[in-house]
Design a protein around this ligand. Structure first.
Ligand code: PRP
Ligand code: ADE
Length: 202
C-alpha cells in the first residue's frame, strides 16, 4: 500500500506545511534557548592565571534548555559523522551528548597518565602553558569520519592536537564543533582547512 495521503496532492501539501510549521516553531524555541545559554555563560577574570579571561560554560551545562540547544547546535556540524571525539574535560560532557544526538559512539581524548592503553600521544601549546593529549587504544578505526567536540576554541592547539590523534589512527576529521570560540586568539586561522563550527563567538 502506498504512503500517499488519501486527500490527494492538496492533503500531502497540508501535511508538508504542518511539518514545516512545526520545524519552524521548534527552531524558534531552540533560538530562545540559545539566548538563554548565551546569558548563562560566565566570565572569570584572572583564571587560571593573571591576564586570562576564563569563559566558564558550567552554568550552561547545568540548565536543561540551554544545554540541549548547545548540543543540537554542535551536532548539526557533521550529522553524518561515524564517531565523536570529546576532549578532556568539558569536551567529555558535550561530546557524549552530541554523540547520542548523532547516533554515534564517543571517544575521550585524555591528559597524560589516565589511560591504561595509549594508541597515540601529541604534545602542544595552550593559551596558558603546555599540554599533552592521548588517544585510547581500540577506539578510532581507519577510515572513520570523526567530529571533534570541545567547550572552547582559543589558540586552536587542543583541537589541532586532537585532530592529529585522529589522523594518526587513520581516521578522517570531518569537523570541529565548539560551544565558544575566542576569536581574538586565532584558533580558526590555525585550523585552516578544517570545518570549524562555533555555537557562540566572542
Ligand atoms: O584552543 P586552545 O588554546 O587549545 O584552548 C582550548 C582548551 O583549553 C581548555 O581546556 P583546559 O586545558 O583548560 O582543560 P580542561 O577542559 O580540562 O579544564 C578548553 O576546555 C579547551 O580544551
Ligand atoms: N579563556 C579561556 N576560557 C576558557 N577556556 C579556555 N581555554 C583556553 N583559554 C580559555
Amino acid at each position: 500500500m502506498s504512503g500517499a495521503d488519501p486527500a490527494g496532492p492538496l492533503g500531502e501539501l497540508a501535511g508538508d506545511m504542518a511539518r514545516l510549521n512545526a520545524a519552524i516553531a521548534r527552531m524558534g524555541e531552540l533560538s530562545g534557548d540559545l539566548e538563554r545559554a548565551w546569558r548563562l555563560m560566565r566570565e572569570v577574570p584572572d583564571f587560571p592565571e593573571p591576564g586570562v579571561l576564563f569563559r566558564d560554560i558550567s552554568p550552561v551545562l547545568a540548565d536543561a534548555e540551554a544545554f540541549r540547544a548547545v548540543v543540537y547546535g554542535l551536532a548539526r556540524t557533521a550529522p553524518d559523522a561515524d564517531l565523536v571525539l570529546g576532549i578532556e574535560a568539558r569536551g567529555f560532557l558535550l561530546g557524549a551528548a552530541v554523540a547520542y544526538a548523532c547516533g554515534t559512539g564517543i571517544v575521550g581524548v585524555r591528559k597524560p597518565g589516565k589511560l591504561p592503553a595509549v594508541a597515540h600521544r601529541v604534545d602542544y601549546d595552550l593559551e596558558y602553558g603546555q599540554a599533552t593529549l592521548e588517544l585510547p587504544e581500540g577506539t578510532v578505526a581507519p577510515g572513520q569520519r570523526v567530529l571533534v567536540v570541545d567547550d572552547v576554541l582559543a589558540t586552536g592547539g587542543t583541537v589541532a592536537a586532537s585532530s592529529e590523534l585522529v589522523r594518526q589512527a587513520g581516521g578522517e576529521v570531518v569537523g570541529a564543533a565548539v560551544a565558544v570560540e575566542l576569536a581574538a586568539l586565532g584558533g580558526r586561522e590555525r585550523l585552516a582547512g578544517l570545518n570549524v563550527h562555533a555555537v557562540f563567538t566572542v
